[in-house]
Design a protein around this ligand. Structure first.
Ligand code: ADP
Ligand code: MG
Length: 687
């Protein structure tokens, strides 16, 4: 009787297997068909020939034409990796782009992500050294590889993607590559860019050829507002609803916001309205995308919109050129972007919301015309488009603190900074300021040469100021013994945007409930992490205390990496020796505060008759306030205690006024002189 049963079972099993295989085959088939339908596919052979004939090629094409996902695969198919002997790298300015594109390409090549195809972003390396042949990475990560391998000898091809974004790391990479290409005749360099700026890259690389990939692009109708909008967030939400209720399906909507907070607010109001209207409107699938969005939620933007539904993608300008989302027919664009801005004379860095350039809003509008004719609704006036917007975005190198890059270049032996090849040269004051602040940190000596400490600061996968803080915590006479705590705080400071879960209203209250009263945000972060650690890194502890588990896992990982780096540099051993001589109940807080002073002397504000002012050296500083979300703000309100005369802050944010975020009171003025004597001398602590 067994014989009767077996064949049947067998065949059922076979059928199931067959239909699964069938499905898988179909999936692979559609992937291959999609690949062939992309504009670059028609130029595959021509591109490969141009690459073969030229060491440097500039590839220009419309967003969505297949540059990022296809070109590196063509290089693999053409044998550039020599059976895995060499790698191919493709850099991205944004972490989200690097991870999501790597996942897509692994899928297209039908391999497991992290094996043949991987990605490398700061604090997260998803590659396998002997297996990975194609690596998507942030431009900053490739920059760091110059420290261990100045000739980039393991790569056969490097594709600098999204070069038009002109991030600081991309600009410096292009300079360094220009330097090594003559010695590395076998290294191919591809610079790919959306349709702005290509000739600039070409002339920088001795008139390298430009390969144009003609894109398909349908006409996009542009609509403007008649009057300037005071509240672009509300206006954008209203516009989305108008489109949704008046325009036929299918046709998804892409809205550009400046950051996570705006996106969350817009998502909330859209969900509230959809809830209130119920059946009266068609379903909306709301898909946010921004840098800090947990990876598993990012894929939602790529999922096919179900019939009868409309997808509303709420994005930062990551969707301007780095990610292509199919099916977008409508773009809503308030025309703003968050940009870092740095004033060398005051040494102040801040994130500002500024109007986009004309080139950027044109790119954004183009997103509506990929599948068919589209519409773009700009939440600003036509007059503003023609008279107020800058033609092109300002390259990051002209508006950022250069300390980290200057230190890296010096550590690579580039001493003639003025003549280092760059597409746009930073101003002399910006360079001098970088040298000056590196000198204050002890990374350079008085002759401007890099010190041993400077080299150590470079080793850390974080800004040199944090490297200094960590170094101080292990080595300075009145700090050592506090290394563990300081490393934890530094790791937490890298993820502050998403540690605590809460609605906007709760944002302020909940944090101290987790750990009790603390004197600073730094101590709050430390206690939060340690409480979690004491509960064996438990998920339910996070849930109960409204702390984001996934963020904490990331923090733990960052912390482990920083710790390994400390260990390698011998700091852990030094610290342990010091810790043994400390009393168990010695209060470590003064040591922690002093460590942070040593790395951030320029981030100290002093209380004067009109409130806090930064300690600008000659300029006299600016007025700043403690951000209401800071525990320091809440403590001051609850206790009515005398506010601290000095406050150290991690960031300045300009919204309704200039706010200090992540604050730490400095209880004693002489700590400033003790920790950074050549900075806080004489009248420097006045303003
Ligand atoms: P380009 O770099 O020229 O802007 P891409 O190579 O990024 O173009 O995109 C080509 C196509 O690949 C897009 O049109 C999109 O259909 C598809 N694609 C890219 N990334 C993903 C993803 N993560 N999921 C699904 N499809 C994707
Ligand atoms: Mg691309």
């Amino acid at each position: 009787s067994n014989d009767d049963v077996l064949p049947e079972e067998h065949s059922e099993y076979d059928n199931k297997l067959l239909s699964e295989l069938d499905r898988e085959n179909k999936r692979l088939l559609t992937i291959q068909e999609t690949r062939k339908s992309l504009p670059v596919y028609h130029f595959r052979q021509e591109l490969l020939t141009s690459i073969k004939d030229n060491q440097i090629l500039i590839v220009v094409g419309e967003t969505g034409s297949g540059k990022t996902t296809q070109l590196p695969q063509y290089l693999v198919e053409d044998g550039y990796t020599q059976n895995g002997k060499y790698q191919i790298a493709c850099t991205q300015p944004r972490r989200v782009a690097a991870t999501s594109v790597a996942a897509r390409v692994a899928d297209e090549m039908n391999v497991v992500l992290g094996k043949q195809v991987g990605y490398s972003i700061r604090f997260e390396d998803k590659t396998t050294p002997d297996t990975t042949i194609l690596k998507y990475m942030t431009d900053g990560m490739l920059l760091r590889e110059f420290m261990t391998d100045p000739e980039l000898s393991k790569y056969a091809c490097i594709m600098i993607d999204e070069a038009h974004e002109r991030t600081l790391a991309t600009d410096v990479l292009l300079g360094l590559l220009k330097d090594i290409l003559p010695h590395r005749k076998d290294l191919k360099l591809i610079i790919s860019s959306a349709t702005m700026n290509a000739t600039k890259f070409s002339s920088f690389f001795y008139d390298a050829p430009i390969f144009n990939v003609p894109g398909r692009r349908f006409p996009v109708d542009i609509h403007y507002t008649l009057h300037p909008e005071a509240n672009y967030l509300n206006a954008a939400v209203t516009t989305v609803l108008q489109i949704h209720t008046t325009q036929a399906l299918p046709g998804d909507i892409l809205v550009f916001f400046t950051g996570q907070e705006e996106i969350e607010a817009a998502q909330q109001s859209l969900e509230d309205i959809a809830h209130a209207l119920g059946d009266k409107i068609k379903d909306m699938v709301i898909a946010p995308i921004y840098a800090n969005l947990p990876q598993e939620q990012q894929s939602k933007i790529f999922q096919k919109t179900p019939p009868g539904c409309r997808k509303i993608v709420l994005a930062t300008n990551i969707a301007e050129t780095s990610l292509t989302i199919d099916g977008i027919k409508y773009v809503v664009d308030p025309g703003f972007v968050k940009e870092n801005s740095y004033v060398p004379s005051t040494g102040m860095s801040q994130l500002l919301t500024v109007p986009c350039s004309r080139a950027s809003v044109d790119q954004r509008a183009g997103r509506a015309g990929r599948v068919g004719p589209g519409k773009c609704f700009r939440i600003f006036t036509k007059w503003s488009y023609y008279h107020e917007l800058e033609p092109l975005p300002k390259p990051e190198i002209l508006r950022t603190n250069l300390s980290q890059v200057v230190l890296l270049l010096l550590s690579l032996g580039v001493t003639d900074l003025i003549n280092f090849p760059l597409l746009d040269k930073p101003s002399i004051p910006a360079l001098s300021k970088a040298l000056e602040s590196l000198y204050v940190l002890g990374a350079l000596n008085s002759k401007g040469a890099i010190t041993r400490l400077g080299r150590m600061m470079c080793e850390f996968p974080c800004e040199p100021d944090f490297g200094k803080v960590i170094h101080t915590a292990a080595t300075h006479e009145s700090c050592k013994g506090a290394l563990e705590e300081v490393v934890t705080i530094v790791a937490m400071l890298h993820e502050t945007a998403s540690i605590f879960v809460h609605s906007r209203a709760e944002r302020d209250q909940n944090k101290t409930a987790v750990v009790g009263r603390v004197s600073s945000d730094h101590m709050l972060y430390l206690r939060t992490f340690n409480s979690w650690r004491d509960m064996d890194y438990s998920k339910s502890w996070c849930f109960d205390h409204k702390v984001q588990y996934k963020t904490m896992v990331r923090v733990r990982n960052i912390r482990d990496q920083l710790w390994r780096c400390c260990d390698k540099l011998g700091l852990v051993a030094l610290n342990e020796k010091a810790a043994r001589s400390l009393n168990v109940d010695d209060n470590l807080e003064p040591r922690i505060i002093k460590s942070f002073i040593s790395g951030f002397p320029a981030n100290v504000a002093r209380l004067g008759p009109t409130g806090y002012r930064t300690l600008g050296k000659s300029q006299g500083g600016v007025n700043v306030s403690i951000h209401p979300t800071s525990t320091v703000f809440q403590a001051a309100r609850q206790d009515m205690k005398k506010p601290s005369k000095f406050i150290l802050y991690q960031r300045l944010v300009l919204t309704s006024k200039e706010f200090m975020r992540d604050c730490m009171p400095v209880p004693r003025e002489d700590w400033l002189q003790e920790m950074v004597p050549h900075y806080f001398n004489g009248d420097n602590t006045r303003n």
